[in-house]
Design a protein around this ligand. Structure first.
Ligand SMILES: [Zn+2]
Ligand SMILES: [Zn+2]
Length: 309
């Protein structure tokens, strides 16, 4: 013992301990990022996922009222919130947003775990744009929660799970398809995983599509027209399909995939994503009404879809 103590003492005196500590620290920072990749605060624990505890705790499920069809946030008009009004009279049983009241989307229901902002958006970006693959495990757990909620509404029997595909060149660049990766981890978390049959490669992306940013709904739909195809109809015909993606933004991609799957013989299409944007609802809540141009585009989109379907 004394010898040890002495030895250490002498090593300490020779500066070895300091060197070893510095070397260990260097190794630590080589193999493990020093800071949380979301908020930048130093990481205390070594983890495969370089995200701090407080950022992980900030990943929260959606709260509030949502459209029972498309999952868009419902902002109750001011008159409903008056003391003398009875919200249950105004909204008895009907939880559809204005768009879904006008026309049915091509999918039965779309659900998401959380809002596409803050830490959740950052975590999705870590996976997609910085290739931090361990993020898929956390995102998969959240997707599993969204699917579990949806499962109650789905008919009994086997479900074909179809991740939204990437164009092959894009997938090669990224090294993976995030929707497929998240779907795989999510299915392992479900209480009845055998009910879900992961159908990878059944839906194909036939061409690269430009960014949807800044396009009107009509333009977005045009942008995606003919972008998807079903490679193996036998795997989806007369089946309930669960379409999976990381994010639902405008719903145009999910709608286009749903149309293609229905045309190929699917019985119904359901949609689950980790996150969704709630921007359209903000527009509605500010004005109290859906802007006419937006409403018309959406209706036209859905009516057009029905005609094609
Ligand atoms: Zn953090
Ligand atoms: Zn809706």
């Amino acid at each position: 013992m004394a010898k040890h103590g002495l030895k250490n003492q002498s090593l300490a005196n020779s500066g070895f301990v300091g060197f070893a500590e510095r070397a260990a620290a260097t190794l630590f920072f080589v193999f493990f990022p020093a800071d949380c990749r979301i908020c930048g605060s130093p990481l205390i624990k070594v983890s495969r996922l370089p995200v701090c505890k407080s950022c992980l705790l900030a990943l929260r499920p959606l709260q509030g009222s949502y459209c029972s069809v498309c999952g868009e946030a419902l902002h109750l008009p001011a008159y409903v919130l008056r003391e003398d009004s009875n919200p249950s009279e105004t909204y008895c049983g009907e939880t559809r947003c204005q768009l879904c009241q006008r026309t049915d989307p091509p999918f039965e229901r779309a659900v998401a775990y959380g809002s596409y902002d803050g830490a959740l958006r950052d975590l999705i970006h870590l996976l997609k744009f910085q290739q931090v693959r361990p993020a898929a495990a956390v995102l998969g757990r959240m997707l599993a929660e969204a699917i579990a909620n949806l499962e109650q509404a789905m008919p009994v029997g086997s479900i074909a799970v179809v991740p939204v595909p990437l164009y092959p060149r894009k997938q090669a660049q990224r090294g993976f398809n995030q929707a497929q990766m998240i779907a795989r981890t999510a299915l392992k978390q479900l209480s009845r995983p055998k009910r879900f049959d992961l159908c990878e490669g059944v839906l194909l992306r036939r061409r690269e599509t430009g960014s949807q940013i800044g396009l009107t709904r009509h333009q977005r739909r045009e942008n995606l027209r003919g972008a998807f195809a079903v490679s193996d109809t036998a795997r989806i015909v007369n089946r309930d399909i669960l379409l999976i993606d990381d994010v639902l933004t405008t719903g145009t991609t999910a709608s286009e995939c749903a149309r293609v799957l229905l045309r190929a013989g699917a019985a119904r299409v359901w949609v689950a994503t980790v996150a969704r944007t709630l921007k359209i609802s903000d527009v509605i809540s500010l004005s109290g009404n859906l802007p006419e141009d937006l409403a018309d585009e959406e209706s036209e989109d859905r009516v057009g879809m029905a005609a094609h379907g």
